[in-house]
Design a protein around this ligand. Structure first.
Ligand code: GLU
Length: 419
């Protein structure tokens, strides 16, 4: 492996991970091509009048929806609002959803959408119009049995509610068109916390397998959004010591452990973790390299790359974010004996809870909160066990094992249906 390789993007990383798994699956070239190719990619322009210093200016935003594969069920995946979002990123993330839904064996394919926008720069009413225009233009592609949208980086239950409203104008009230929506509109108990809760469930099991006792384990989390904050809270409840946390501005560190409740309250009040009492500042780059038992990147992709992989000290890395480790970094970490629990497994609690929400919508029969969490944990631990056993039996890492299991399911569905 060439460690001089320059930084790679998500599409490269995804292709390398797939090729690693493909090597062991007996698939012909046509099957591989079909598995790799997106079913449909849609790119739209969204004009929007925005107010800047009292003056109205017209801006045009770009929106995407990549529908990667629907061999096993409707397209499913989040919608991301981020200034750096682009088609290559969304394409790779859409494909990742295909493997994630297949791995946890829920009847969905994979998709992802995005708008290249910094949501923090727009007023709430501007964000509403932008979202509704996106939903209107993408409307013909969506459907409860066609393509179901969920939150991702930069979006939230309110954004889902706006999509629900726009879609329902044309089709009648259709809560199942989005998941991760507010409870008042047919959202599921536990969906908001599900991704973070699921990552904590998997982390606890992976820690046991590494001889790390979660009680008192020193954990570093990058990212304090919906996933990172619920994850930190849950891990603290399970007895772990969260020594560092971060958001887009930077991180906070306390060797004694951070009070996660106080951190959440501080963010609610000030908007950022910065200056959290009892902590010292640490940059996002330094945070990843801190000595700790478990490192959990829970923000954006490609944060662990060939530049910093040699300096990662944690023996166990759990991918709460999608694609936080580039393929070169993944190779370096493996050579250095580090274990990476891959995104398709670690953060699958989000889409699993989305599936539970959709089932409740289709049946018009809401579940109790305990039922959601019980089913979530039970399924995640079962899948974790499957991946681990497969990895041991085949002598491969967890990511390759997860990809092998997932790709096999999608390939079988394709050949049964005769695409
Ligand atoms: N955006 C989340 C993910 O990347 C959730 C997707 C969903 O629930 O459809 O897994």
């Amino acid at each position: 492996m060439n460690r001089q390789d320059k930084k790679c993007d998500c599409e490269d990383t995804q292709r390398h991970f797939l090729n690693r798994a493909f090597g062991r699956l007996e698939l012909d070239d046509a099957q591989r091509d079909l598995l790799l190719s997106p079913f449909r990619e849609t790119l739209i322009s969204i004009p929007l009048k925005v107010r800047r210093n009292g003056i109205e200016v017209l801006r045009t935003f770009t929106g995407f929806r990549v529908q990667h594969n629907h061999a096993r069920g409707p397209f499913k995946g989040g919608l991301r609002y981020h200034p750096a979002s682009n088609l290559r990123e969304i394409r790779a993330l859409a494909q990742l959803m295909t493997w994630k839904t297949a791995l946890v064996n829920i009847p969905y394919g994979g998709a992802k959408g995005g708008i290249t926008v910094d949501p923090g720069e727009l007023h709430r009413d501007e964000l509403e119009v932008l979202t509704k225009r996106f939903a209107q233009k993408m409307g013909p592609l969506l459907g409860v049995h066609q393509d179901i949208v969920a939150p991702d980086v930069g979006t939230n239950p309110q954004v889902m509610a706006w999509i629900l409203e726009e879609y329902s104008k044309a089709h009648g009230y259709t809560p199942g068109i989005v998941t991760g929506k507010p409870l008042e509109l047919g959202g599921s108990e536990g969906r908001l916390e599900a991704t973070g809760h699921g990552v904590a469930t998997i982390t606890r099991q992976a820690a046991v397998d590494h001889g790390i006792r979660l009680e008192g384990a020193r954990i570093v989390i990058q990212g304090f959004g919906n996933v990172g904050s619920h994850l930190a809270q849950r891990l603290a409840e399970l007895g772990a010591t969260i020594i560092a946390l971060s958001d887009a501005r930077g991180g906070v560190l306390s060797e004694q452990g951070i009070d996660v409740g106080a951190a959440r309250a501080h963010v609610r009040e000030h908007g950022w973790l910065e200056d959290l009492p009892g902590t010292e500042f640490v940059s996002n780059a330094e945070l990843l390299e801190l000595p700790c038992d478990i490192l959990i990147p829970a923000a954006l992709e490609s944060v662990i790359d060939c530049d910093n992989a040699e300096r990662i000290k944690a023996p166990l890395i759990v991918e709460a974010a999608n694609m936080p480790v580039t393929h070169q970094a993944d190779d370096i970490l493996r050579e250095r004996g580090r274990t990476v629990v891959p995104d398709v497994l670690a953060n699958a609690g989000g889409v699993l809870a989305s599936y539970y929400e959709w089932v409740q919508n289709l049946q018009e029969f809401p579940w109790e909160r305990d039922t959601v969490f019980y089913r979530l944990e039970e399924r995640l631990l079962r899948v974790y066990g499957e991946v681990r056993r497969h990895a041991e039996a085949r002598g491969v890492d967890l990511r390759t094992a997860a990809y092998e299991l997932a790709i096999r399911r999608v390939a079988d569905a394709i050949s049964l249906r005769g695409f």
